[in-house]
Design a protein around this ligand. Structure first.
Ligand SMILES: [Zn+2]
Length: 306
């Protein structure tokens, strides 16, 4: 397999995975004057170790003093324990969401249950090959709200608290000097958006906040690097889905039937079109037609649609 580590500027690297499947997430590094900041870890300890080895080589052994966590999904944070010396920072909204996340033990149990229901089969298919053993979920040591500027060696970085959207609290990392944004799962490339927060409108607002940085290069949480025009297109895809789903909600169509229609209209060639269930549910919650669904209800909805 080719290395996933790509240098974007003199002081910035992106960890960009080729796969758009569940659990293969991107990350980033800023390194200057012997110190580094890491944006997100990986789903498993082995995957995080492999990434850290390459980062260590690329940055000549710089010490990772800071980890910024984009949100609390395991594929972005379950490697945090491998950086015990680092300060781990996320937004307050993201930190508060931690206790509602599925645990490594629960995900292992669900994906190995050999159940015949749609959720068990979906979990087995997409998560059954990951080894979550040894993971101690490790949260932030510090939180922030709104915006925070930090320096990493000689580089200024900006942490942006995006509020809810993809998750209950998402964080992006903006590098003003390089015109680069690490977006976490506010952006997906090559695959469909997942809406865990119960608000598709909030996802659009998050994308707007990323575009407002005026950056040219965007590192999505999953998929390949995106240029500004692709981010604008992604916003258009979200608002098209939103418009269709809101119309179905106003017509009184049940959620599962609306999701099937949205799937038929918008699946296209992107990976995991069943995730359109979560976007439809988010739009329904935005209109007040339904409350926000819980994680397992969203997984069941995707599994039934897949
Ligand atoms: Zn992710």
């Amino acid at each position: 397999m080719n290395s996933a580590l790509r240098q974007l500027s003199a002081t910035t690297w992106a960890w960009v995975q080729d796969s758009t499947d569940w659990g293969f997430s991107n990350a980033g590094v800023v390194s200057s004057q012997g110190v580094s900041l890491l944006f997100d870890t990986q789903f498993t300890l082995d995957a995080t170790r492999a990434m850290l080895r390459e980062i260590d080589e690329a940055t000549a052994g710089s010490a990772i003093r800071t980890v910024v966590t984009s949100h609390q999904n395991g594929d972005h944070s379950w490697g945090n324990q491998l950086l015990p010396e680092a300060e781990i920072i996320t937004s307050r909204a993201s930190a508060e969401h931690m206790c509602h996340e599925i645990t490594p033990e629960q995900l292992t149990a669900l994906s190995h249950a050999k159940g015949v229901d749609s959720t068990s089969r979906y979990a087995a298919r997409h998560f059954g090959n990951f080894d979550f053993s040894g993971i101690t979920v490790t949260g932030p040591t510090r939180t922030f709200t709104a915006r925070e500027e930090m320096t990493v060696g000689g580089v200024t970085v900006e942490l942006i608290d995006l509020g809810p959207g993809h998750s209950a609290g998402d964080v992006a990392l903006h590098l003003p000097q390089d015109g680069i944004v690490f977006a976490g799962d506010v952006l997906f490339q090559g695959g469909h958006m997942i809406v865990w927060s119960g608000s598709l409108a909030a996802c659009v607002e998050s994308v707007d906040a990323l575009l407002a940085t005026e950056a040219d290069v965007f590192v999505p949480g999953h998929g390949q690097l995106m240029e500004r025009a692709e981010v604008v297109d992604f916003r258009g895809y979200l608002t098209d889905v939103q418009e269709a789903a809101v119309a179905y909600a106003q017509d009184g169509l049940p959620l599962d039937r609306a999701a099937a229609r949205v799937h038929a209209e918008f699946a296209g060639s992107l990976a995991h079109p069943e995730r359109l269930f979560t976007a439809t549910a988010g739009a329904y919650a935005d209109t007040g037609a339904l409350g926000a669904l819980q994680t397992l209800e969203l997984v069941k909805g995707m599994a039934d649609l897949a």
